[in-house]
Design a protein around this ligand. Structure first.
Ligand SMILES: [Ca+2]
Length: 147
């Protein structure tokens, strides 16, 4: 039967492929590098350069050694409510194993967004007859955040 012969060669082929995959798998470096952060005093604002964000970040790989110069800033996400910037770092070793970690900086959101002073607008409301009702202000609902 033709189909039996075909099935036979297909299974031989896939066994061979599996052996090859296992062999490559065992040969390669599969351990991602370690990233370490040193304590750093930085407030993220509009002038913060990527080079500053990379200070105090180190990466070490068991096979490739020191990979600190391969650490990149992947993205930065601002949290306006918490007034923080979460900076995401990534580093890959020479075999392509990737480690991603993030750290949080206090952020000057107003500076980043280019906001100057919006107090004049606010005064329109606080000066009117809403002023006394505004005592139950929405600003007091700040919940203590962890960390
Ligand atoms: Ca590695």
């Amino acid at each position: 039967m033709k189909s039996n012969i075909l099935a036979f060669f297909l299974s031989i082929g896939s066994i061979g492929l599996a052996v090859l995959i296992v062999w490559f798998y065992n040969m390669s470096d599969r351990t991602a590098p370690e990233m370490r952060f040193m304590a750093m005093d930085l407030t993220y604002d509009s002038k913060t350069a990527e080079s500053e964000l990379l200070k105090g970040v180190m990466a070490y790989d068991s096979v490739d050694g020191d990979l600190t110069n391969r650490v990149v800033v992947e993205k930065t996400i601002l949290d306006e409510e918490q007034q923080t910037a979460v900076v995401y770092y990534a580093v890959s070793d020479l075999s392509g194993n990737v480690t991603k970690q993030s750290r949080v900086f206090p952020a000057d959101i107003a500076d980043i967004k280019g906001i100057k002073e919006e107090k004049e607008e606010v005064n329109i409301y606080s000066g009117g007859f809403f002023a006394q009702d505004e005592n139950k202000s929405e600003n007091t609902e700040s919940e203590a955040a962890g960390n």
